[in-house]
Design a protein around this ligand. Sequence first.
Ligand code: ADP
Ligand code: MG
Length: 536
Amino acid sequence: MAADAAQEWPPKQGDEAVLELASDWALSHGLVLRPPTSSTDAAYTRPGQSVIHAPYALYPSAFPRKLFQQAIDLQAAYNRLYADVTVDDAFLDQVIGGAVSKVDEFQGRLYDIWKQVKKEGIRQPLALGLFRSDYLVHAPADLPSSEHTIKQVEFNTISASFASLSTRVGELHRYLEASGIYPAHPQLSHAALPENGALAGLASGLAAAHKAYGNDKAVVMMVTQDNERNAFDQWPLAHELLRTHGVRLVRVPFSELRTTLTLSPAPVHNLLYQPPTLIGSLPSPLEISVVYWRTAYAPTDYYTPREWDTRLLVEQSRAIKCPSVGMQLAGAKKVQQVLADPKWLERFVADERERAQLRESFTDLYPLDDSEEGRIALERAYKECDKFVLKPQREGGGNNVYRGDIPTFLDRLDEEDKAKAATTASADQQTGPRGREGYILMSLIESPRDMEQVLVKAGEARGTRARVISELGIYGVVLLREDVDGTAAAARGGNRAELLVNETVGHLLRTKPVESDEGGVATGYSVIDSPLLVSP
Ligand code: ADP
Ligand code: MG
């Protein structure tokens, strides 16, 4: 935005007054988290008794209207693409079943479950995707702002969070604007602060899946991490689902499912949940229509081997999974890298124009395998490390390796390979795939670095002014039907998912200090923000 003093955004003065309104609004409207359990404040030590406000931006951040619209316009194509990847067994077999499942134990276990369930026969051809595609603005120094583009950071197929809290932050910023507490600015208006349908949209997705399941008496189950602090991003989905759609949702920590889930006898395989204590007037056991995972994406979520048993049991059931294990595999960073290869993208996207639009949103992604491309990438990872981020097949933040840390990290992976080879019969010969094949190499997106923001960290009564970078996420909903015997797919001219729902429902803006490479809210790097749409 213009640097003229009177036109500065965010304004240079008046933060305290805004903060006072904002923090009470946050507590009034559930823009909150549970406090960390390490807190020494006595009131915090009683679980469930207190909350602190979630991390938020005091002002909406300027974001180019054109690029915001582009990200929204792309979502239907991304939804379709990842739905098609989910049902393409041969593709997943090749891309995940190769080196990735062998060098990455976590992906290997998911892959084994996927294979086993495929072998036993699919009991539920429907799967629900509550997706989020994340972008940064790419603004290399030599390009004028009119040529800035959006580049995809990653595509999330499991447990994409902050739909509720981002909806709240949009409301917060619209409230602050309407209250008159923000100083006037030529670009600031109600119309420049877009409505966010993320919360309502994800709830509608859950409702559509529940309806397609076809038993009014069944309930949706949300599975969470034990001791989840982000409960108030999750509960509003349950409230909205009941209020607007009349559908009940039970919210259960992962570890509780060790002893409470069973399948009804073959060939039906309904998923049955026996609550530890009776729930009011509800039957027991409860039949589960949809299992909505807000956990199960990181190795640490599987507290004991029994969580893996639970995951398998759910996959073997007739409940609709959000996501299914195949859909989770589709969200692997390896898949994102492979799709950046034109010939693979062509497999999924027939329309040339759509392919070009998707490709435009990719940054450069490389494998680190023995292919020619992989060897060149490896050399560049050493020689030009400042241009890259190295990513494992992980979700949830804090796992990537940036810039100058890449060479030593790759060296360490090599040593681990050597140590492994030394313990096998064939001494120092590389037998299986190398450790680095579990990683992808990605060009760093060059975000604009001239933006300012006042970041209000969780529970803090003050804001910190910082230079910042914003990451935009777009939420998409798909309800897909997998073609189990292949006839309908053949009629459609290929192995494609039938989409009962394909919608673009809302957005998330997260903002972090420029010095921070990582961007997670839960991990404390960034705050939840909302866009102030500006035209150049
Ligand atoms: P995770 O699954 O852990 O969320 P991401 O791929 O989203 O992993 O990476 C985490 C963060 O790292 C992102 O939110 C973003 O801030 C930063 N990041 C990731 N990839 C890039 C990239 N290519 N260029 C610049 N920053 C990136
Ligand atoms: Mg991410």
